[in-house]
Design a protein around this ligand. Sequence first.
Ligand code: E4P
Length: 218
Amino acid sequence: MKFFIDTANLDDIKKAYKFGILSGVTTNPSLVAKEGVKFEDRIEEIAQVVTEVESVSAEVPPDALTAEEMIQAAEDLIKINGGDEKITIKLPMSLAGLEATRYLSQKGIKTNVTLIFTVNQALLAARAGATYVSPFLGRLDDISEDGVLLVEKIAKLFQIHNLDAQIIAASVRHPDHVTRVALAGAHIATIPYSLIEKLIQHPLTDQGMEKFASDWKK
Ligand code: E4P
């Protein structure tokens, strides 16, 4: 399983990129709003920092409701950073979103269908030609459903039917989510920087290093 970072914070992206574990970045309007910056400017800055990744998701504005409006927005977004090929158009799971996904994928533009909460939604997005589908597992857990089980079912379905879309496990909240979606067959987990730090930590690692450091002095 690959890792994307789920943030629009440039410092967090720079820190995580240095670790050599990043294959991409996902953003959304809420994450960019937190930073108080212009959406297109931040996507461009991100694309310039993470030069060696496969994807930087840029979501069409939520007020683009028709396929035509989404395609128009996507055509502007793909010009960012001189037409950077890693810019991936993030589209909502809706009929208009599917129509735009089909159009953009036929043009060879990467797409990420977001806000997926059922296997059927993932199947439709994959059939429309999505490069990535993003099931939001944490938000399902929040309403007492099983987000990891959804990822597992989508992975099984894509395998049975030889569908190429990659599953981005999104809305990932804690280390156990990461382990479980990796075992469930997610191709990618998109996670905040705080979670990357949590994945690194273990008290026995810290204790072991302290012991080695004190013994070294002897
Ligand atoms: C993914 O692309 C989304 O930006 C994200 O994972 C949503 O997570 P949240 O439920 O924590 O907002």
